[in-house]
Design a protein around this ligand. Structure first.
Ligand code: 5RP
Length: 271
């Protein structure tokens, strides 16, 4: 692998332990002002110090992140669809490689929709992006998105992740599922997991713990962090599981119970 790609990747996945915590705030690119991400600047600022990298679009990067920040940027460069549109899988490449270089991106992120109507278009987008990234030493994160009628099971996710890696993605993001180790086994590049819809905090920490135990290289997590009533404690707890090998209970004790949360808040947490 090219030195530049390796160097940029090492800013996202720590070479010491092979793990990374990516904070995802790119949801607005098709969902608009998502709950608790209405003002991205406000959401991002207190969390940044606990993330290894930040995943977002160029618009939010330019307007909501301090240009003096040294957080590695994972730039979402696919889109062109909305939740109201014809088909979410009909994505195109929205941001040029020159723009990504100007923005000092450490990685490019693009969604693929295997099994969807526009499967071919999204896989072709990925191949083109990898070719561009390879030219300039910028790695590519393939986001395996799920079509409406697709099951999020190991068979389907393994298929998507493997195809992404075969087309040259340097990291793949997918969902945690039963038999997740099969997804990791079949994918020759690091696999990280999305958090998905907001869960009770304890469940999201279990998801993180199980994914790491089954071979994930980290998380690319959004809603389960910033939609929590305790986003700072949540990202710290996730981080402690990913990087320090804490158990779910240890992470809860370290980051929630020591903060004197009200008993009703703890009840939600322990659900
Ligand atoms: C949206 C994305 C998100 O970045 C990804 O799903 C992670 O966020 P969350 O943890 O909220 O699912 O790629 O398409």
């Amino acid at each position: 692998m090219d030195w530049g790609i390796k160097n940029r990747l090492s800013r996202i996945i720590n070479q010491r332990n092979g793990k990374g915590v990516m904070l995802a705030v790119d949801h607005g690119y098709f969902l608009g002002p998502t709950e608790r991400l209405e003002d991205p600047k406000k959401t991002i600022k207190p969390l940044l110090q606990y993330a290894d990298s930040l995943m977002l679009t160029r618009g939010v990067l330019r307007t909501c992140v301090d240009s003096e920040s040294n957080i590695p940027i994972v730039l979402r460069v696919s889109g062109g669809t909305s939740i109201l549109g014809e088909d979410l899988s009909k994505e195109t490449i929205t941001t040029s490689i020159e723009e990504a270089i100007r923005l000092n991106a450490s990685c490019l992120a693009l969604s693929i929709f295997v099994g969807s109507k526009y499967e071919h278009q999204t896989l072709s987008n990925l191949s083109k992006l990898v070719n561009e990234g390879e030219k300039y030493g910028i790695p590519v994160l393939a986001v395996t998105a799920v079509g409406k009628e697709m099951a999020r099971d190991a068979r389907y996710l393994a298929l998507s992740c493997r195809i992404a890696a075969e087309l040259g993605a340097h990291v793949v993001k997918t969902y945690y599922c039963e038999n997740f180790e099969k997804v990791v086994e079949g994918c020759p590049v690091p696999v990280i997991i999305a958090g998905g819809k907001k869960l009770p905090e304890k469940d999201a920490l279990h998801l993180t713990f199980n994914a790491i135990k089954d071979g994930a290289s980290g998380v690319d997590m959004g809603r389960n962090i910033w939609q929590s009533d305790h986003p700072i404690e949540m990202i710290q707890a996730v981080r402690s599981i990913v990087h320090d090998g804490l158990s779910v209970q240890e992470s809860i004790e370290s980051f929630f119970l020591k903060k004197n949360l009200q008993s009703n808040e703890l009840e939600t947490l322990n659900r």
